[in-house]
Design a protein around this ligand. Structure first.
Ligand SMILES: NC(=O)c1ccc[n+]([C@@H]2O[C@H](COP(=O)([O-])OP(=O)(O)OC[C@H]3O[C@@H](n4cnc5c(N)ncnc54)[C@H](OP(=O)(O)O)[C@@H]3O)[C@@H](O)[C@H]2O)c1
Length: 253
């Protein structure tokens, strides 16, 4: 990834930060987006490579902010070789009949509209460059159901549809569009799901999830970043329009 430019959304979260670290290690410059300016500042200081890092605040469904982040990335680094559309929310965890329309739609907006906005604005400069790799962070829950996570699972199924369509519309511009689908991964998000399902004993949720993962553990964020680097790089030059799992066998059953 030497001299490549990678824009990472949701960079302040578990998987986003691991991606930022890994792409920097690979020699890329990174443009980081997050919704909290304080968290972005702290992250940039921690990463400590000022010449290779730029950032801006983006709320996932703010189209003007998404567009601004692409413009700023181009003006700072001159190009955008890859976009890791990683920002996402688990939303509320409850039975599907208990959701309000507002809560249901909120998860869909952040996880689906948020990714689509980066496809809408991020693929344009890639078309001009005649190259680029877009990686949407989907989920194992984009291929199977997950009790309690109805809008989340629906949103990740939708992400898989988005990337397939984007592949078909952009392959002849030299652009690849794929989804990376992690299984349960050791971040704040799985802790939140566990706490929402059983506030008194969140660990009980993890024990239950582990019974459905053949490898009997959560992924590390580094294992997810490994696949992101592969999909972003020319190593995956014939991978297009597909969903790549890193789920320890979670969706094999
Ligand atoms: N952890 C898992 O088990 C797992 C499994 C499969 C897929 N995934 C997917 O992986 C991605 C990263 O998740 P994670 O596990 O790293 O969780 P995380 O630590 O909670 O990170 C989520 C990131 O998305 C950002 N975000 C959330 N809502 C946003 C909004 N409305 N506007 C802008 N940014 C927003 C968060 O910002 P803040 O830092 O400000 O909160 C954070 O940076 C998500 O798309 C998630 O669905 C995770």
């Amino acid at each position: 990834m030497e001299d490549k430019v990678v824009l990472i959304t949701g960079a302040t979260g578990g998987i986003g930060t691991a991606n930022a670290i890994r792409f920097l290690d690979e020699g890329a410059s990174v443009f980081l987006t997050g919704r909290s300016p304080e968290k972005l500042d702290t992250l940039a200081k921690k990463l400590n490579k000022p010449a290779k890092i730029q950032s801006c605040v983006v709320e996932a469904i703010d189209e003007a902010a998404v567009e601004r982040s692409i413009t700023q990335c181009l003006s700072e680094f001159g190009r955008v070789d890859s976009i890791i559309a990683n920002a996402g929310t688990e939303g509320k965890v409850q039975a599907l009949e208990e959701y309000s329309v507002e809560d249901f739609n909120r998860t869909l907006l952040v996880n689906v509209t948020g990714v689509w906005l980066y496809l809408k604005h991020g693929l344009k400069p890639m078309r001009d460059q005649k190259s680029g790799s877009f990686v949407a962070i989907s989920s194992g829950a984009g291929s199977v159901g997950f009790p309690g996570l109805c809008p989340y699972s629906a949103s990740k199924h939708a992400v898989n549809g988005l990337i397939k369509t984007a592949c078909l519309e952009n392959a002849n511009y030299g652009i690849r569009v794929n989804a990376l689908a992690p299984g349960p991964t050791d971040t704040r998000m799985m802790e939140s799901v566990g706490a929402q399902i059983n506030a008194e004993d969140p660990a009980a949720f993890k024990d239950m999830v582990l019974t459905s993962i053949p490898m009997q553990r959560y992924a590390t964020v580094e294992e997810i970043a490994n696949l992101a680097v592969f999909l972003a790089s020319d190593e995956s030059s014939f991978c297009n329009g597909a969903v790549y799992m890193a789920d320890g066998g979670f969706t094999a059953a």
